[in-house]
Design a protein around this ligand. Structure first.
Ligand SMILES: Nc1ncnc2c1ncn2[C@@H]1O[C@H](COP(=O)(O)OP(=O)(O)OP(=O)(O)O)[C@@H](O)[C@H]1O
Length: 206
């Protein structure tokens, strides 16, 4: 078991989004958090990523509480949030250089990678001039460069066209086949070739 949450609770604006929530993520697994708008999916992902604190409960990375394993966990986690997370004034190529400096990503042929992501010919344009889907593609390039075993992805398919969805699902499949694990949110059914997607439904609580 790579990641586990035990008896988690989260309160936002006096509303209990969830409580006594238990969840596990295993190597090789894709886990989809489903639920209505406002159910608390992004809040849960941010807590599981260590970006915010739960009201109550405990998260363990490889059976060790985050308090003892935070550095190891950070080294082995790739979190891509709801927003594209690209630097708008930088080009796609410059964003890769920037992320490599920040996150110790692998060296790669960045031109070839951007071509894989359907961005050939757009490498030198400031990202703020790209479409939402193109910016999302730039953002997802990190998944081809990271060595992290755990990926936590908040609505990674948003704004993507069919070809980009196919590239992303193939990348997730390859990652899980190599022992990686992916926890993601999506409002659409997710199909990963060769892998069963386990669903965790977060009920909306009033
Ligand atoms: N930082 C915050 N401060 C206060 N309230 C917040 C904060 N983040 C989220 N909320 C509230 O928590 C609730 C759950 O938000 P969250 O973004 O986790 O839901 P979600 O299930 O991801 O929704 P969606 O499907 O629309 O993305 C919402 O009512 C939201 O207003």
């Amino acid at each position: 078991m790579l990641l586990s949450a035990r008896q988690l609770s989260c309160v936002r604006q006096d509303r209990v989004l969830f409580e006594q929530l238990d969840l596990q993520l295993h190597a090789g697994e894709v886990l989809q958090i489903a639920g209505k708008n406002g159910a608390g999916k992004s809040s849960l992902l941010r807590i599981l990523s260590g970006l915010s604190e739960p009201e109550d409960g405990e998260i363990c990375y490889q059976q060790r509480p985050l308090a003892q394993s935070a550095d190891d966990y950070a080294d082995n986690l790739c979190f891509i949030g709801h927003l594209a997370g690209v630097q708008p004034q930088l080009t796609a190529l410059e964003n890769l250089v920037f992320w490599r400096a920040c996150f110790a990503l692998k060296n790669a042929d960045d031109w070839a990678l951007l071509a894989t992501l359907g961005l050939a010919g757009l490498e030198d344009i400031p990202c703020q001039q790209l479409s939402a889907g193109q910016q999302r593609r730039v953002s997802l390039a990190r998944l081809w460069l990271t060595s992290a075993q755990i990926w936590i992805l908040d609505e990674p398919f948003t704004a993507l066209d069919q070809s980009a969805i196919a590239a992303l699902t193939a990348r997730i499949a390859a990652h899980c086949s190599q022992g990686g694990a992916v926890l993601l949110t999506s409002h659409q059914p997710v199909q990963i070739p060769g892998h069963t997607v386990r669903e965790f439904l977060l009920e909306y609580r009033w």
